[in-house]
Design a binder for this molecule. Structure first.
Ligand SMILES: C[S@@+](CC[C@H](N)C(=O)[O-])C[C@H]1O[C@@H](n2cnc3c(N)ncnc32)[C@H](O)[C@@H]1O
Length: 217
């Protein structure tokens, strides 16, 4: 039985489902509100109820400055893992990278695409709605992650497996637990660590797989 039948029931009388006309309208209004609020906020809350909680927190301007200073004269492709509102990807595109973002929250993906278009960067800055744990990072030679402490070890293993020799990884706020950074920049919450993937180090431990020379070619 559709909503029309509730609306057709005379005021105060109950429909066959036991609802008055007013009750049906209220149910419709609150149901609609609930669905609307859930659709808008659900994507922001979903990361918080996953095994590893990675909420949306945009990079500060000092943090952004440190990311690009750490990357120095690098070029090529850049991936921001969990790209939020797209600020790192759009800035990377401005600096000449073929920049991509993967992000779980569809609203942030839509916003990022809009912001890239506004900045005239929509050809060089692209965004996909994707789970970082299910995405292939191998095509990128520069990777940025602003994550949380609990994810850094499993992410370290994933990046080590997938990235090619000499790829660079910038970690913001939280460092990788086993890799040795080749450069550290900034203070406190704006600190970033730069790592170079070195596949030639043969070790059963992750520790030796990142090199300690800062050659930013
Ligand atoms: C700390 S914010 C960083 C945003 C952006 N990188 C920046 O620095 O401004 C982390 C982002 O990762 C997203 N995220 C959380 N879990 C994710 C997942 N499994 N896959 C992809 N993105 C995820 C969140 O929605 C959030 O936007």
């Amino acid at each position: 039985m559709g909503i029309e039948s509730f609306l057709e029931t005379p005021e105060g009388e109950k429909s066959s489902s036991g609802l008055t006309k007013k009750g049906g309208v209220l149910l419709g209004v609150f149901g609609g509100l609930f669905v609307g609020i859930y659709t808008l906020t659900g994507p922001f809350l979903a990361p918080a109820i996953r095994k590893i909680c990675l909420p949306f927190l945009p990079a500060s301007s000092a943090q952004m400055k440190n990311v690009f200073k750490a990357l120095g004269s690098r070029s090529g492709s850049l991936l921001d893992i969990g790209s939020g509102d797209g600020r790192i990807v759009i800035e990377a595109a401005r600096q000449g990278y073929k920049a991509s973002g993967i992000e779980l929250n569809m609203w942030l993906v839509l916003y990022s695409r809009w912001a890239a278009r506004q900045a005239g960067m929509n050809k060089m800055a692209t965004f996909k709605r994707q789970d970082l744990w299910k995405s292939d990072v191998s095509p990128y030679n520069n990777v940025v992650i602003f994550g949380v402490r609990q994810m850094m070890e499993p992410l370290e293993q994933k990046l080590e497996k997938e990235l090619v020799q000499d790829s660079m990884v910038v970690a913001c706020r939280f460092h990788f637990p086993n890799w040795q950074p080749i450069l550290t920049l900034g203070e406190g919450v704006d600190r970033v660590w730069l790592y170079r993937i070195n596949k030639s180090s043969i070790s059963s431990k992750t520790t030796n797989k990142c090199d300690s020379t800062n050659n930013q070619s």
